[in-house]
Design a protein around this ligand. Structure first.
Ligand code: HEC
Ligand code: HEC
Length: 290
């Protein structure tokens, strides 16, 4: 239609339409997180559930209230709950094999998703009354039937968790352009001072649990925290498992000091080093580019 010039529109209308398309394209570029893909019915159900406060026993909290898409799937707070832990991003989880700051024993995303549903300081405990509330919604029952074809409409915790994990795995990482000259210099510094020993691979984690002496509270998991990914850092402040670093500059300063809570348990790869102001800015530019 467009190509053979037979579009049934007057030229001014056509211009207005083109203008509207351009505005929409510009808006799409500006939005922090692209809209969730809904082609896969399992992930589509999962997205609906991640946003649904009826999943909390008190009917008042959804996963996305803490993992907010516009904040890189975090809540922007130092710590989320009385557990005193920073909310990590949900970026990059399809490629990860460890989940949670202190839980090396959790081996799958599905297993981790049960934790906020069970935790009374988050959305739990899990209850039959919660499932009954979901089952009372005919549209939701149909969505379960579409997501699990040929298996009926039944609403179970197992299916709920499978759908939410599928949605989380479908989260696209933020778009990255080519590295700026500053970020390229920062990448070299990142390697030189040994960051890459722990932050490596596609997500810049290494799936290990280590004590870096960066955060207070050494009681959990013997002080060893999971090496976080470094994806979307510009959206996910504050940093560290206790949320003690407000900015990436603070993170770099903490590493330069060799950690804030030194002690015998701290990994030997963490030790003080000196960077010029310009080098610090370059390292921050690299961290902000991922
Ligand atoms: C009250 C805020 C809050 C709510 C609600 C919440 N989370 Fe979280 N989420 C957190 C915190 C804090 C952590 C870190 C917990 C830990 O490491 O043990 C976390 C960790 C995670 C992780 C691990 C990420 C990683 O990097 O390994 C996943 C996955 C996750 N949450 C999914 C969910 C899902 C799914 C729901 C809803 C069923 C949910 N969360 C509800 C705060 C929240
Ligand atoms: C010995 C392994 C190790 C080395 C070396 C290391 N890191 Fe980390 N990194 C970790 C661990 C573990 C954490 C989580 C610590 C915590 O939260 O208490 C972390 C956390 C971070 C965070 C916070 C991410 C978030 O989402 O909260 C950033 C940013 C970071 N590291 C960057 C760096 C940079 C830059 C270097 C080099 C100067 C570096 N790391 C060197 C293991 C390491």
């Amino acid at each position: 239609m467009w190509l053979n010039g037979k579009l049934p529109m007057s030229p001014p209308m056509r211009h207005m339409l083109l203008f509207a398309i351009l505005i929409l394209a510009a808006l799409a570029l500006l939005s922090p997180a692209p809209p969730p893909p809904v082609a896969d019915p399992l992930a589509a159900l999962g997205w609906q559930l991640l946003a649904d406060r009826r999943l909390a026993v008190n009917n008042d909290l959804a996963c996305l209230d803490c993992h907010r898409p516009e904040r890189g799937y975090t809540d922007g707070k130092p710590t989320a709950t009385a557990d005193g832990i920073n909310t990590p991003t949900l970026y990059g989880l399809a490629e990860r094999t460890t989940f949670g700051w202190f839980t090396p024993e959790v081996r799958s995303l599905e297993a981790f998703v049960l934790r906020p549903l069970d935790n009374p300081r988050e959305m739990g405990p899990r209850a039959e009354t919660t499932l009954a509330r979901l089952r009372a919604d005919p549209a939701l029952r149909r969505a379960y039937a579409v997501a699990f074809p040929g298996q009926g409409q039944s609403v179970t915790w197992e299916r709920t968790v499978q759908a939410m994990a599928a949605a989380i795995r479908s989260i696209p990482s933020p778009q990255r352009g080519p590295l700026s000259p500053a970020a390229l210099r920062g990448r070299a510094i990142f390697a030189e001072v040994g960051c890459g020993g722990c932050h490596q691979g596609a997500t810049l984690s290494s799936e290990r649990y280590l004590n870096t002496g960066m955060s207070r509270d050494l009681r959990r998991n013997g002080g060893k925290a999971r090496v976080p990914s470094l994806i979307g850092l510009t959206q996910t402040a504050p940093y560290f498992r206790d949320g003690s670093a407000a900015t990436l500059e603070d993170v770099v300063a903490a590493y330069q000091r060799g950690g804030l809570y030194p002690g015998p348990g701290v990994n030997p790869a963490i030790s003080p080093f000196l960077l010029t102001d310009a080098e610090q800015r370059d390292l921050v530019a690299f961290l902000a580019s991922r």
